[in-house]
Design a protein around this ligand. Structure first.
Ligand code: ADP
Ligand code: MG
Length: 262
């Protein structure tokens, strides 16, 4: 099952990714978590020791040169657009408590940056990850999905949009929905977060309709404190884990339906 998690900045994408990754791993699934946000915080959120010491793939210049045929930063050289990447997950994942992690690093932007060996390498890797048969792939994306290509999108089972009870995060979700439809991504699900009341959950459900609300995590001080102290999210309220399980059950259920139909 391949999940890409998106939403406005600060809504709880990384927290939700970490909670889902952990819950899938605890249920015995093989999990690969991909940090595709340039402002990479997933490793810390998953409790990896010394997360800053994990080198993002985009900074592995020798590897990128070996695969694309061109040294990053060289001007005007012709590089391979689809470099070989299939061995990357096994060789470069860091593992913690059954969750494997790949840290992507920031795509180069602007000028010739969009068309450079580093970006070709990352894009090829993302497409590959979305196509190969992994048990659970969960990608923490940077806000917005402009960087999400058509080819990549086709491999995703779900685009999960995290929404908090605010007009702004709902507007972002709607923009993501229309972008996602433009690139042919069918299945989008919303995960509510930081809901303090039942009314807030209903507000989200109403506002994002017709997108399905797969679950809504309550506001939980345990999660906020854990982040402040640099620990993995540790809910203090049972309702957090219950919602996570509810979300997983729905994702699994759809997966079974999809398999039966195909
Ligand atoms: N359900 C929640 N209750 C309370 N705080 C939360 C909850 N979910 C996330 N947070 C806090 O909100 C902040 C942003 O969360 P984060 O997952 O880093 O967001 P994003 O990845 O979308 O930028 C963090 O301090 C995190 O601990
Ligand atoms: Mg984040």
């Amino acid at each position: 099952m391949k999940l890409a998690v998106t939403g406005k900045g600060g809504v709880g994408k990384t927290t939700v990714c970490a909670l889902l990754a952990r819950a899938f791993a605890d249920a015995g699934r093989r999990v690969i978590a991909v940090d595709a946000d340039p402002n990479a915080t997933l490793a810390a959120c998953l409790g990896f020791d010394d997360p800053d010491s994990i080198t993002p793939l985009i900074e592995m210049e020798a590897l990128i040169e070996e695969r694309t045929g061109v040294k990053p930063g060289s001007q005007g050289a012709v590089f391979k657009l689809n470099p070989r990447v299939e061995d990357i997950p096994d060789r470069f994942c860091t593992t913690k408590d059954g969750v494997r992690l790949l840290k992507m690093g920031a795509l180069k932007r602007g000028g010739s940056g969009c068309y450079c060996p580093e970006n070709a390498f990352l894009k090829s890797l993302v497409s590959h990850l979305f196509l190969v048969d992994q048990d659970v792939l969960i990608m923490d994306m940077e806000a917005g999905i402009e960087h999400f290509g058509r080819g990549t999108a086709q491999g995703v089972d779900w685009l999960l949009v995290v929404v908090e009870p605010s007009r702004q995060s709902i507007d972002t979700a709607k923009r993501i929905k229309s972008l996602a439809e433009d690139i042919g991504l069918a299945r989008i699900g919303v995960i509510g977060n930081k809901c303090r009341t039942e009314n807030e959950r209903e507000f989200i459900e109403r506002s994002v309709s017709p997108l399905p609300l797969l679950g809504a995590l309550p506001y939980d001080d345990g999660l906020r404190l854990a982040e402040q102290e640099g620990r993995p999210p540790e809910p203090s309220r049972a309702a957090v884990s219950e919602e996570v399980q509810r979300i997983i059950a729905q994702l699994e259920n759809e997966q079974i339906v999809k398999r039966t139909l195909s």
